[in-house]
Design a binder for this molecule. Structure first.
Ligand SMILES: Nc1ncnc2c1ncn2[C@@H]1O[C@H](COP(=O)(O)OP(=O)(O)OP(=O)(O)O)[C@@H](O)[C@H]1O
Ligand SMILES: [Mg+2]
Length: 479
């Protein structure tokens, strides 16, 4: 069996749309591995193309050479391929309108968001894009995406932070850079951003963005303000934003209407999801109405029922489907694609040399020098944590009393005049255990027991808690 079969299907009655369940279709066609089947529907939904492959066509998706990650002259990067071998492209820049994009990578835990993110980050370094990268998993999501230590030094992104405070400092830095560009461009009489003439395209990326934006997160409101404003205003100034998240619904993503609008117009990639997450994405209008996407199973390959008494029974692990996704704004939104498979086969002790190769050696592109004085020390010294935060959000009394030069010394004094948002350090709201447990429950479809919840809560980057407290809070939530 080595042939590929292709069937064209049409709805019975004019006006009908084709709906199908991938498992049922596979069963009807006597196909045991649902991954061998690809179904593509047209925009009207009344025609479909069913392709049956002899093997899972997305089992091995290997990039030929890192150079192929470089953005093409239409502003697109090559992130992987479709089942039919065609390239899957993601737009980072639209040269016609001169605009940067808003990227969204959604998927459940382990679906491959951060790895897909590394492909995008490497493509950005190779394409001359300056990247501010916040990893709210403490730097564990993409260790190879390490940042510069100062101007001109080596790194794979211009600035990486790994804390909530560092992320806020980055968002404000990106926002100040944007304001500076707005002023400079209007003086030049420019309505459009022209890449590298003279400023680089910039991207602000937040991995695990749900931790920044979920209910009870300490800087949720401020972060929502910056993300919204960068999303709205940054486009025509060459400043894009990318969020990688496992959020199921927009309430967990800041929840505001403007953010919703921003997400709706963004470049969306959906990795494996949970059913509640998909429902929410559809009801929240993130997906075009009528779009039918077959779920991505967790494993590929045939899982057959074997007699309990069969001694020959094999218990080989089935291959996973991580990195498989729908590129919703790409050429074939309802066709499965897979991100390049990257990295060494066996986990490496330290940074993975194969991933480092994707980025290539040397210094990454940086924010333009004309903005350095304005955006200040947090960027200049590539700070993180509270130090970064204080450098961009100086306490008002520090400045007024001029104890140690305050805001002026750290270079952010001049910037504050241009800011409509609180100049004082916003007081982080303490996240209660209830908030943290609720976030875990919201992110999981399957029932969890108290021990699993304890483990997930303790992995969220907050204070360590005990099983008893989790049990008590669960009782309170239930009542
Ligand atoms: N494109 C890929 N190429 C090779 N391996 C991949 C790819 N995508 C995912 N993987 C594998 O799957 C694992 C999980 O992927 P990743 O950490 O990117 O998922 P995630 O969605 O970011 O998960 P989390 O929610 O835990 O952050 C990785 O450790 C990696 O081994
Ligand atoms: Mg991740």
């Amino acid at each position: 069996m080595s042939k590929i079969y292709e069937l064209t299907v049409e709805a019975c009655e004019p006006g009908d749309i084709i709906t199908y369940h991938p498992m049922r279709l596979a069963a009807a066609l006597r196909i045991k591995d649902v991954n061998r089947l690809a179904v593509e529907t047209n925009l009207m939904g009344d025609k479909a193309l069913v392709t049956i492959y002899p093997h899972d066509p997305l089992a091995r998706v290997i990039p030929n050479h890192p150079q192929m990650l470089v953005m093409d002259d239409r502003g697109r990067i090559w992130i992987g391929r479709y089942h039919n071998g065609r390239p899957s492209l993601l737009r980072l820049y639209d040269p016609q309108s001169g605009s940067a994009q808003r990227l969204l990578l959604f998927g459940t835990t382990g679906a491959g968001k951060s790895t897909a993110g590394q492909i995008i980050l490497a493509a950005m370094k190779r394409s001359g894009i300056a990247v501010l990268y916040a990893d709210l998993k403490g730097g564990q999501s993409a260790p190879e995406a390490f940042g510069q230590s100062g101007h001109g030094s080596d790194g794979n992104v211009a600035w990486r932070v790994t804390t909530q405070e560092g992320t806020m400092a980055q968002l404000r830095t990106t926002w100040l850079t944007m304001m500076d560009r707005q002023e400079r461009y209007s003086r030049m009489g420019r309505s459009k951003f022209l890449r590298d003439r003279p400023d680089p395209l910039i991207y602000q990326i937040v991995d695990e963005a749900n931790r920044l934006l979920e209910r009870g997160a300490p800087y949720r409101d401020e972060a929502t303000f910056y993300i919204k404003d960068i999303g709205r205003t940054g486009r025509s100034l060459g400043i894009g934003i990318g969020l990688f998240a496992q959020a199921g619904h927009l309430e967990e993503m800041g929840g505001s209407d403007t953010l919703r609008a921003m997400l709706k117009e963004g470049e969306v990639v959906l990795l494996r999801w949970t059913s509640s997450m998909m429902k929410q994405l559809v009801t929240d209008g993130l997906l075009p109405t009528g779009m039918v996407l077959a779920p991505i199973p967790k494993y590929a390959g045939e899982a057959d029922l074997v007699s309990q008494f069969d001694e020959e029974q094999q218990d080989d692990d089935l291959p996973g489907t991580q990195g498989t996704a729908y590129n919703v704004n790409g050429r074939y939104p309802s066709s499965k694609m897979r991100f390049w498979s990257i990295g060494s086969h066996i986990p490496t002790e330290g940074l993975d040399p194969m991933v480092l190769d994707l980025y290539g050696p040397g210094a990454p592109p940086e924010i333009e020098q004309v903005a350095w004085d304005l955006i200040g020390d947090a960027y200049g010294r590539r700070l993180d944590g509270m130090a970064a935060y204080r450098a961009v959000f100086p306490e008002p009394d520090e400045d007024e009393e001029g104890e140690d030069g305050g805001g002026k010394k750290n270079g952010s004094g001049g910037s504050r005049a241009a800011s409509p948002v609180p100049a004082a350090v916003p007081k982080p709201r303490a996240r209660t255990l209830r908030d943290r447990i609720q976030a875990v429950l919201d992110a999981h479809d399957d029932p969890l027991d108290a021990l699993q919840i304890l483990e997930l809560v303790n992995a969220d980057g907050g204070r360590a808690v005990k099983l008893g407290s989790v049990r008590n809070t669960l009782t309170a939530i239930r009542n």
